[in-house]
Write a protein that binds this ligand. Structure first.
Ligand SMILES: *[C@@H]1O[C@H](CO)[C@@H](O)[C@H](O)[C@H]1NC(C)=O
Ligand SMILES: *[C@@H]1O[C@H](CO)[C@@H](O)[C@H](O)[C@H]1NC(C)=O
Ligand SMILES: *[C@@H]1O[C@H](CO)[C@@H](O)[C@H](O)[C@H]1NC(C)=O
Ligand SMILES: *[C@@H]1O[C@H](CO)[C@@H](O)[C@H](O)[C@H]1NC(C)=O
Ligand SMILES: *[C@@H]1O[C@H](CO)[C@@H](O)[C@H](O)[C@H]1NC(C)=O
Length: 506
């Protein structure tokens, strides 16, 4: 189901860099302080202007001048300046920066060849090297969030020795490096704030479903559910529009989603799949433990940032949509409403699961509320009258939830013998009313996750095309009634949905 393992061992990537850059054939470098314009293979400053006929953003063509260093940044410029080619090679940029930049020979006695003034140090993140060569010295290192030396210098702080012809390109790439670091840094800061909100909110849920509080959580899974926050909001199965998000959260979620789709190895660095040994967190300690785990959270984010800053193809894929090249900042405010929806949904589903709540699907499809009312017999004897939040009002022991987008209906019931707590209907109403979880994700997510055979594994998965699959954020068990046919295709001759009772055969 999840064919991916992280495909770019960093050591191998560096080896490629060293081998490529050390090749005597590739000595013309795009950021040479001393290199004349003509050393850039195929470079012709006029061609940029001639090429504009195949650029799609017609009406902006008059107003955007990507080579004008004093003009505002614009998101069309990554593509117009062909910055992917500038870095990786191709088109009129010849071999590109990654091959034309030399790796220093630290054994050399020639100071120009060994101290990093004109070359990249062995093993150095390419972005660190790029910024030094762009600025003609100094130390900038953006490969960590909250980095000490990663602040965009004041305007046009480019090396005086840089060839005129490549200044706009260098300026844009430099801008992208800072923008990415800033995005992840502010994302991390917003996540640490969101985490305490989620802990507080979820106390009410625990009090309702779980008065004696035995629920416990796996710490790594909690941190995964927390850090997936923005990507969760941007996932196609989440209707961002219904969540009342701020416009910055919406655009940041969309930008991040596109980027992760283009550069899936970044997502894999952030959210490693597979089982890991992790601490178990008791519900009573939730807030303290999450607050205590900010270093672990930072490590997760840093895995992604380090990959981007040291692996050029990944960086290029991540930014080439142009979204980090625009004038609009993607800095997140310290509080982003909704950032903890994934975490809440995971915790709610887990608390439900640990307290005997189970969902049983009927796949219909049910297209209208009328279909549901006509088609289902409410569990516990009551029929269905569609009520608030697409939950039938008449269920007795159980509640019926209708997911409009998938046309499925789920019976939600407690399987603990002698359960005398909150009713299923009330629990679902309170879940929506208190923003504990999104019902669609709770039910459809668990169904999808089980159908895909992923239930019980990582809560974040990847589709075959590298896109993010957030279905398993819901760990509410979905089971089928004894004797009912399997609602989906069998996996290895078995229904992926377990039976509601363990002793169906008897
Ligand atoms: C874009 O700006 C550059 C630098 O200011 C200038 O040389 C060039 O003529 C401008 N191009 C257009 C099409 O205005
Ligand atoms: C579940 O899968 C259906 C398609 O089968 C999709 O429309 C829906 O958005 C998915 N929901 C979640 C939460 O994964
Ligand atoms: C926080 O972490 C420290 C060091 O790992 C540990 O000693 C302490 O017990 C933790 N506190 C909580 C509330 O978990
Ligand atoms: C240089 O670019 C090529 C693609 O053109 C890529 O395969 C290689 O990994 C890059 N090297 C580094 C170190 O980024
Ligand atoms: C549905 O919601 C409305 C307002 O939100 C409330 O007044 C009404 O009592 C709710 N109905 C049921 C059956 O819970």
């Amino acid at each position: 189901m999840r064919p991916f393992s992280y495909p770019f061992p960093l050591a191998a990537a560096f080896l490629v860099l060293i081998l490529a850059a050390a090749s005597p054939l590739h000595r013309s470098h795009l950021m040479a302080i001393d290199g004349p314009l003509s050393s850039i293979s195929g470079w012709n400053p006029l061609r940029l202007l001639q090429r504009q006929t195949d650029v799609p953003w017609q009406e902006k063509r008059q107003t955007v001048n990507c080579t004008d260093e004093s003009a505002a940044f614009n998101s069309v410029c990554w593509q117009q300046l062909q910055l992917s080619n500038f870095l990786l090679g191709g088109g009129e940029w010849g071999v590109g920066w990654n091959k034309s930049t030399r790796v220093c020979d630290t054994q050399s006695t020639d100071v120009n060849d060994n101290d990093g003034t004109n070359c990249c140090l062995p093993g150095e993140a390419w972005t660190t090297c790029f910024l030094r060569l762009a600025q003609g010295g100094g130390t900038q290192d953006c490969s960590q969030i909250n980095a000490q030396f990663c602040s965009m210098p004041s305007e046009n702080a480019l090396s005086a020795g840089l060839a005129e012809s490549i200044r706009p390109e260098v300026q844009y790439i430099q801008k992208n490096i800072y923008a990415l670091n800033d995005f992840f840094t502010t994302y991390y800061n917003a996540l640490t704030a969101a985490q305490s909100d989620a802990s507080t909110t979820i106390q009410g849920l625990i009090n309702e479903v779980d008065p004696i509080k035995p629920t416990s959580f796996d710490l790594i899974t909690l941190l995964t559910a927390l850090s997936v926050g923005l990507a969760f909001l941007g996932a196609p199965s989440i209707a961002v529009t219904v969540l009342g998000l701020s416009s910055i959260a919406k655009s940041a979620a969309q930008v991040l989603t596109i980027s992760l789709q283009q550069a899936p190895s970044t997502a894999k660095a952030l959210w490693p799949t597979g089982t890991q040994n992790s601490q178990s967190v008791q519900i009573g300690d939730l807030e303290a433990e999450l607050g205590n785990s900010t270093n672990q959270l930072a490590d997760m984010i840093n895995n992604a940032v380090q990959l981007l800053m040291s692996d050029m193809p990944t960086f290029v894929k991540f930014v080439e949509s142009g979204q980090y090249s625009g004038a609009e900042s993607l800095s997140l405010p310290s509080k982003v409403q909704g950032l903890d929806y994934a975490l809440r949904t995971y915790m709610t589903s887990e608390a439900f699961a640990q307290n005997g709540w189970v969902s049983t699907p009927s796949i219909g499809p049910y297209e209208t509320a009328q279909d549901v009312e006509n088609g289902v017999i409410g569990g516990g004897g009551g029929d269905c009258t569609m009520g608030n939040n697409s939950v039938c009002t008449d269920g007795q022991g159980s509640a019926i939830f209708w997911s409009q987008p998938t046309g499925r209906v789920y019976n939600f019931a407690n399987t603990k013998s002698g359960w005398g707590g909150v009713s299923a209907y009330q629990l679902l109403q309170d879940t929506v009313g208190n923003n504990w979880a999104i019902l669609q994700v709770l039910f459809d997510g668990s169904f999808n996750c089980t159908q895909e055979g992923n239930f019980g594994d990582s809560i974040v998965n990847f589709n075959w095309d590298g896109t993010l699959d957030i279905a398993c954020i819901s760990q509410l068990p979905t089971k089928v009634d004894c004797g009912d046919p399997c609602p989906v295709a069998l996996i290895n001759n078995e229904c992926p949905f377990p039976p509601l009772n363990n002793d169906c055969d008897s």
